[in-house]
Design a binder for this molecule. Sequence first.
Ligand code: BGC
Length: 390
Amino acid sequence: MKRKLLSAILCVSMVATMLVGCGSKAETATTDTAATEAPAADAAADSTEAATEAAAATTEGGKIGVAMPTQSSERWINDGANMKKQLESLGYEVDLQYAEDDVQAQVSQIENMIANGANCLVIASIDSSALVNVEAQAKEAGIPIIAYDRLLMDTDAVSYYATFDNKGVGTAIGKYIEEAKGLAAAKDAGESYTIEFFMGSPDDNNAKMLYDGLLEVLQPYLDDGTLVCKSGRTSFDDTCILRWSQETAQQNCENYLTGFYADEDLDICATAFDGFAYGCKAALEGAGYTADNWPLISGQDAELMATKNIIAGTQTMSIYKDTRLLAEKCVTMVQAVMQGAEPEINDTEQYNNGKLVVPSYLCTPVAVDKDNYKEIIVDGGYYTEEQLAE
Ligand code: BGC
């Protein structure tokens, strides 16, 4: 096998220093939500009430600022487009901005939205703790804020949160791996599989929740040796990837393959994002993996490219998140703060941002693979067969 010819077998410590981890950034950025006692319902109600009154005092329609993180990944382009379309159809004027993963650019964009008279802000943050000052400015100006997909941390200026069940995403990936690899039977038979982890950005609350859900399923198999992580990097801090960088995922995967898998195949790439799956795919191809020893690769978002890769067999599964539904739920929250309506909420416990438990609506994530993508994605009208065949 070509990859076995790789001569540069780096020592473990060298590989470890080459891997782009997140270290202390993760510690500061991932708030321990359980540890902080928040004045839950009261604070949420106060902030929502004040904001609703201010917003309701404005004219019909109104201006909605929608701050999105980046256009480098397809999902956010869809999110932005869906939000704009749905809000405009209800008569709102929409100021949609992308900050290309530049935190300061996002702060400036939100400042401009406030200065330009936005009546409500919808924010999908880049760094969820970095917007505290601009969020306070919005609150001061009586502008309500809805957190979109990613929780806004350490602020009492947020009224509602529309997202997917983020821990559920991790659990779904974990269960998929457990079933696809038959881990329970492998355990009984004393067999094992190798696995490496590629987790999300430490400044995104979703990333740690996904990790927790994933490890809830897989940790017992790591403990009993059914799963073997040869790099030894299984903690969130050791496997998180700042700003969800595809390049870093590829680099990490290349380093793992070179440093730890010269004599044994890597069987599972447990990744938290389709972008990471693309990075792993490139690293595996570079190392000479073929269909004969291609590992199980997980992802998230069911991007068009990922779905094509699933059909082609170079990605095993992804998590389908219907961004149309998320936008729909978020729009009901905008309506609620603009018109005093009641949005649908289905979680008032899990999303403590350090200041309050934010009333949330969690959409359900669905695992997709080659066996069910037609039913879920094509029949669901997300992509057409033509798009997938291009
Ligand atoms: C989202 C994921 C997405 C990731 C990278 C997360 O906050 O929940 O759906 O894959 O960001 O963009």
